[in-house]
Design a protein around this ligand. Structure first.
Ligand SMILES: [Zn+2]
Length: 447
């Protein structure tokens, strides 16, 4: 890799730009510190109200508490429901997750991440809170919110996999489609579905759209995907049949019939054969409960099931014998990265290029630790050579911006626990499985 920018120092490279970027980072840290102060104040107000009125949090209709909620809501110009959420969040940060609040006080933990951490602890046994916080918190300053949320689900599932089954059954009752108004005559349509239905549906829509992107197509890929979803939803011939006789009330009828998604599902081998209830991991989502995973193994042939075992797999290495990334290595990288590996990008790996970190032309090898997914835009940005990247062991990428600031990005999956899904052990299991039972997988673009 060359070390001189190809097109000379631009506006972002000079001294005043660096000062501006530093100032932006400082104000972001300052707003985190202010959030911590706000939560401290809210909890002090709650405690004073408790002492003064003898009210307890356990009765949400208690008039003293309604007073408190109204007071906080009015002060913050928010709905009382929001105020109630913040009063509870403040209480949990001050008394249950003090290290997280400390991180906000020193400006390293964003308020959004603190919210995620607290929200995903719901229902977790109290004696597991310290472990949960200790495993998750170091990543609060490293990951963007959506990745951090994914990690929170993984840590949560690894600490308490058995309760996932019952929690999922309860949550499934609430599935729904929602429409949300947007400006300029537009609206969002969303559906709360089980994770495997949502990820599978998205993969199916994406696959159909890919097939429609022929030469001369004037729509963008995103536009085609939206049109495909509309067509599928408006075509009644695709409706699933009603529930079979004897099915549990509210059970999802005929789910996955006709669906041919291309989704990777990692199932610990003992979970697959019903000997354990450790969580499985669905590509693009994270942990799903063992019961759902076993159902998918049994009756959803479109899902690429990868059985993971506790042994470390052999590293897939093809050195300088080939520039093209072999299919097994591609699959492994897709599992490892899941998304573009540039800072803060969440473009799915499926739509990304596989980039040689040290270019092939500069003796870079076609090996796992010299390859990473980059979306087309960020691939081009890297090729401009003003952002520098270093590929460290464990697939950690360290990026240096044109103004000299550094950022780390980490692979999507990590060994969540000795008992949870161990993505690091996937290559050998994956290769064996693909050789023995893989259905043909059409449609993956060559990179
Ligand atoms: Zn990207």
């Amino acid at each position: 890799m060359t070390t001189t920018p190809r097109d000379g120092a631009g506006a972002l490279g000079d001294h005043s730009a660096r000062a501006l970027v530093d100032r932006i980072a400082e104000t972001a840290a300052e707003s985190r510190r202010l959030s911590a102060v706000r939560f401290d104040l809210i909890d002090r107000l709650r405690l004073e109200a408790e002492i003064e009125t003898g009210a307890t949090w356990h009765d949400p209709d208690d008039l003293a508490w309604r007073d408190l909620r109204a007071e906080v809501a009015a002060a913050m110009h928010v709905h009382e429901k929001t105020a109630r959420t913040d009063i509870e969040l403040a209480r949990r940060l001050v008394h249950d997750f003090a290290a997280t609040l400390d991180g906000m006080r020193v400006g390293t933990v964003p308020e959004t991440h603190a919210r995620v951490l607290v929200e995903h602890s719901a229902g977790l046994a109290q004696d597991l809170w310290p472990t949960y916080e200790a495993e998750l918190l170091p990543f609060a300053g490293l990951l963007i919110r959506s990745r951090f949320e994914r990690l929170a689900r993984e840590v949560r599932a690894s600490l308490d996999p058995e309760t996932l089954i019952e929690r999922h059954r309860q949550a499934l009752i609430e599935r729904r489609v929602a429409v949300e108004a947007a400006p300029d005559g537009m609206a969002w349509i969303g559906a709360l579905l089980s994770a495997e239905d949502a990820i599978g549906a998205h993969a199916a829509v994406s696959g159909i759209a890919r097939g429609l992107m022929v030469d001369g197509e004037t729509r963008t890929r995103s536009q085609v995907e939206a049109d495909v979803l509309r067509d599928l939803l408006l075509d009644a011939s695709g409706l699933t049949p009603s529930a079979e006789p004897g099915a549990a009330p509210g059970a999802s009828p005929g789910a996955r019939r006709g669906l041919r998604p291309e989704v990777l599902l990692h199932v610990p081998v003992l979970t697959a054969i019903g000997e354990a209830d450790d969580a499985a991991s669905l590509e693009g989502y994270g942990p799903i409960d063992a019961e759902t995973a076993r159902q998918l193994c049994a009756d959803a042939p479109g899902f690429l099931r990868i059985l993971t075992d506790p042994e470390d797999g052999a590293t897939l290495s093809f050195g300088r014998t080939t520039y093209r990334v072999p299919a097994e290595l591609k699959r492994y990288l897709r599992v490892r990265d899941e998304v573009c590996r540039f800072v803060g990008c969440s473009r799915s790996a499926e739509h990304c290029d596989i980039d040689h970190t040290v270019p092939w032309a500069e003796d870079g090898e076609t090996v796992e630790n010299n390859l990473a997914h980059l979306c087309r835009g960020h691939h081009r940005l890297k090729e401009r050579n003003r952002w520098k990247v270093h590929h460290d062991p464990g697939a950690v990428l360290t990026w240096t911006s044109p103004t000299g600031r550094t950022y780390e990005t980490r692979p999507a999956s990590r060994p969540v626990s000795k008992r949870g899904p161990r993505i690091g052990a996937a290559p050998r299991a994956m290769t064996e499985w693909l050789q023995s039972t893989a259905p043909p997988t059409a449609g993956h673009p060559d990179f």
